[in-house]
Ligand binder design. Structure first.
Ligand code: PLP
Length: 387
């Protein structure tokens, strides 16, 4: 058998912490390694596979579009792009009117940072402690984790980090240079920290009063993950820019910034080669159709509740707290999560870390109940072990 791991170790720039697993195939919520072993996937490509792996509707759209038109630069109009823009704006909070399409989450954040500077003529951005917004220089500047930032300074000037969900701290850090406030609705990488309605109401009020743009990052929480198309709906958040990516196109790389009518950028001031290409747009249309036709928001609510009921009714010695909305689940442990992640992998369940002591579960929203049973059984077994 070809040793893929060895080849990759030889030729890949080693930036990713690796698990000893070669994934070669996926179907819905299952992944398969190169020896044919099956795993239940609670990673979903870090939240990309909300509609499951190898989704047939997206596969068909990709097949069809790949034989019609793959690339079309932004200087031309395009049928699939037009339809996707209309669809995307239609599912977003109703104050959002226009979208800019790009290729990734970090790129959506970069674009939102540029738009903020251009519109407000200010360089100050307030972000949150434990925020994650991506790894390019601009996105990294608003990402909190020191380990990610170290070695890349100087980053963008004017960035302030305030504790998440604490309105006094945020209000105090606003000054005359503040152009934007950038927040996740639920901090994902930071360990599933859920904001409150009062907080987001107060943030919106500050933004209105001080003429600051509110940028909401739903790259991880978007597309039915939390039990709504967007987590903004729970708290009635009306952002000026909504950053999207991850599950937007059924696994194809795509990002978007959906904007209120405050955001007006002149021709030629921003752009991208691949952003909004017909192939990604066709995939995204199919993915969004799949989500609405199959009511994946409701699935996320019901399945999240089903799993939580099983966990709530069981003793979990190593667990401090569980934070959950839909199928976005953070299990706060009493210890570091790594040994438990590896132990669950032995049991055939793939999960993510979050923050410093959290197990993060983001299964496909199409996951079946027998698989949820298996996840619950394994968690109950493993989270009572002292590793
Ligand atoms: C993943 C993620 C990003 C970055 O997206 P990339 O596509 O990896 O650049 C930004 N914000 C949040 C909340 C994310 O989860």
């Amino acid at each position: 058998m070809v040793n893929f791991k060895e080849i990759q170790e030889k030729y890949e720039l080693g930036v990713f912490p690796k698990r000893d697993l070669v994934i070669v195939k996926g179907k819905n919520s299952l992944l398969y390694d190169d020896s044919g072993r099956e795993y239940i996937d609670c990673v979903s490509g870090n939240g990309v596979a909300n509609i499951g792996h190898a989704n047939e509707k997206v596969a068909a759209a990709l097949r069809e579009q790949s034989e019609i038109l793959v690339t079309c630069p932004g200087i031309f109009y395009n049928d699939k792009k037009a339809l996707l823009l209309e669809r995307l704006v239609g599912i977003c909070p109703d104050n959002l009117k226009k979208a800019y399409l790009c290729n990734s989450g970090a790129e959506a954040i970069e674009s939102a940072l540029k738009f903020t500077r251009f519109i407000t003529k200010k360089t100050g951005i307030i972000s949150a402690v434990k925020a994650f917004h991506g790894r390019t220089l601009g996105a990294l500047s608003v990402t909190h984790k020191n380990d990610y930032r170290e070695g890349f300074e100087p980053l963008l000037p004017g960035i302030t980090f305030v504790p998440f969900n604490k309105i006094e701290a945020l209000e105090k850090s606003v000054d005359e240079n503040t152009g934007g406030i950038l927040l996740e609705v639920i901090q994902g990488e930071g360990g599933i920290n859920i904001g409150t309605r009062e907080y987001f109401d107060a943030v919106r009020e500050i933004c209105d009063r001080k003429n600051i743009l509110l940028i909401i990052d739903e790259i991880q929480t978007g597309f039915c993950r939390t039990g709504r198309m967007f987590a903004c709906e729970y708290f009635n958040i009306k952002p000026d820019m909504l950053c999207l990516a991850k599950s937007i196109a059924g696994g194809m790389p795509m990002g978007a910034v959906v904007c209120s009518d405050k955001i007006d950028i002149p021709i030629g001031k921003h752009g991208t080669t691949f952003g909004g290409n017909p192939l990604a747009c066709a995939a995204s249309l199919a993915a969004i159709d799949f989500m609405t036709e199959n009511n994946l928001s409701e699935s996320a609510v019901n399945k999240g509740e089903y799993l939580m009921n099983k966990l709530r009714n069981s003793e979990l010695k190593m667990v401090r707290e569980i934070r959950q909305l839909g199928l976005m689940i953070g299990i706060e442990l009493r210890v570091k999560p790594k040994p438990y992640i590896l132990r669950l992998m032995e049991e055939g369940i793939l999960v993510l870390p979050g923050g410093t002591t959290v197990l993060r579960l983001l299964p496909p929203l199409t996951i079946e109940s027998e698989q949820l049973d298996r996840i619950a059984d394994c968690l109950i077994k493993v989270l009572n072990e002292v590793l």
